[in-house]
Design a protein around this ligand. Structure first.
Ligand SMILES: NC(=O)c1ccc[n+]([C@@H]2O[C@H](COP(=O)([O-])OP(=O)(O)OC[C@H]3O[C@@H](n4cnc5c(N)ncnc54)[C@H](OP(=O)(O)O)[C@@H]3O)[C@@H](O)[C@H]2O)c1
Length: 326
């Protein structure tokens, strides 16, 4: 079968489509004929060998996918750590979910990582119930969230969910064009960080008060800056290091405003099937009513996996990039 293989640690250039042996299902697994694969920033880190737990190359790239279960013909979407970007994948049944009704495999492959991560971030921010049910925040208790990379995969999912929860959204991006697109999706306040300092702008826009939560995936100085964007009892949800730098904290502001920082890592949380089911269950009505959909900026054939990674690394993506397989 054809697969996108990480041939050695490196950049997009090390990805090659090669022939690999077909997988065989172990107990608890089924074989899926993969039709589409969602590209994630984590895939670029795995290719570099900087993502924790990355196997030694050569290995098959790709963590989320959609396709058809070989034995039953059921259309599914699913999540794994590696091995998704191949014509076939043997996968644990508990990490497979039915494709939303009427969705294509391209749409379904773009759903799991970004929507699960974004919904879990709202839960960690205390903006859903403890049991993960959605809360529609009334105008007088409106919550505010700052979403970094608002026009990216997780960002566009978080904007859509925020709108449905009645949360006021503040989003950063490197480009006006990307911000215009996310505003059409429901972003309330766009901040172009190449033009203005987002910390100053957030404080200006909130009359010096700050936001209730920040979804922080940059690392380095941005973790401390994000803490300074919060109002009292605010929470920074740490879920990535796109800058490649270790998070810095501002303990003074954390104490002064009783702030907290929460980690979030889907790779680990995905092992808790009950938690993931609760999360999907919470979003199900919105999907059925057509309120949630992955924003897909690029659909490319598997032969262009390197180009897909390049677009992410060069900040040239909008929403998700999806590869078609076969
Ligand atoms: N912890 C988890 O479970 C989890 C799950 C999913 C994703 N993540 C993390 O969430 C972040 C977003 O992931 P994603 O797959 O949805 O990617 P993405 O947001 O679609 O793409 C990355 C975006 O980040 C922005 N960015 C800012 N600084 C960057 C830099 N130094 N290098 C590259 N991009 C930069 C760019 O948008 P602008 O041009 O608009 O700035 C870029 O388009 C990543 O850090 C990823 O590792 C974590």
């Amino acid at each position: 079968m054809k697969a996108v293989v990480v041939t050695r640690p490196g950049g997009p250039e090390v990805l090659q489509v090669q022939d690999m042996p077909e997988p065989h299902a172990k107990p608890g697994e089924v074989v899926v004929r993969v039709e589409a694969v969602g590209i994630n920033f984590a895939d670029t880190m795995s290719t570099h060998g900087t993502y924790p737990g990355t196997p030694q190359p050569p290995f098959i790239s790709g963590r989320e996918f959609a396709g058809v279960v070989e034995d039953s013909g059921v259309r599914v979407m699913g999540y794994t750590q590696y091995g998704a970007a191949a014509e076939k994948n043997a996968i644990k049944e508990k990490l497979l979910w039915p494709q939303p009704k009427g969705w294509t495999s391209v749409q379904s492959a773009a759903f799991p990582v970004i929507f699960l991560t974004a919904y879990l971030a709202y839960w960690k921010a205390g903006m859903t119930s403890d049991a993960m049910e959605p809360i529609l925040w009334p105008a007088e208790h409106k919550k505010r969230v700052l979403i970094h990379a608002a026009a990216g995969g997780v960002g566009t999912a978080a904007i859509q969910i925020g709108k449905l929860l009645g949360v006021e959204t503040y989003g950063t991006s490197s480009s006006e064009e990307k911000l215009d697109r996310v505003k059409q999706l429901g972003l309330d306040h766009g901040i172009n960080y190449r033009e203005v300092d987002y910390e100053k702008r957030v404080l200006e826009l909130t009359n010096g008060e700050g936001v209730d939560a920040v979804f922080e995936m940059l690392g380095g100085e941005h973790t401390a800056k994000s803490l300074r964007c919060c109002r009292s009892f605010g929470r920074v949800i740490i879920y990535g290091t796109a800058t490649g730098q270790r998070q810095q904290f501002d303990a003074g502001v954390m104490m002064g405003k009783s702030l907290s920082a929460h980690g979030l890592w889907l790779s680990v949380l995905s092992k808790d099937s009950e938690l993931i089911q609760r999360c999907l269950h919470a979003m199900q009505p919105w999907i059925e009513q057509g309120h949630l959909h992955p924003e897909i900026g690029h659909v490319l054939p598997m032969e262009q996996a390197g180009e897909a990674h390049r677009l992410l690394l060069q900040r040239a993506n909008y929403g998700k990039i999806v590869l078609t397989i076969g």
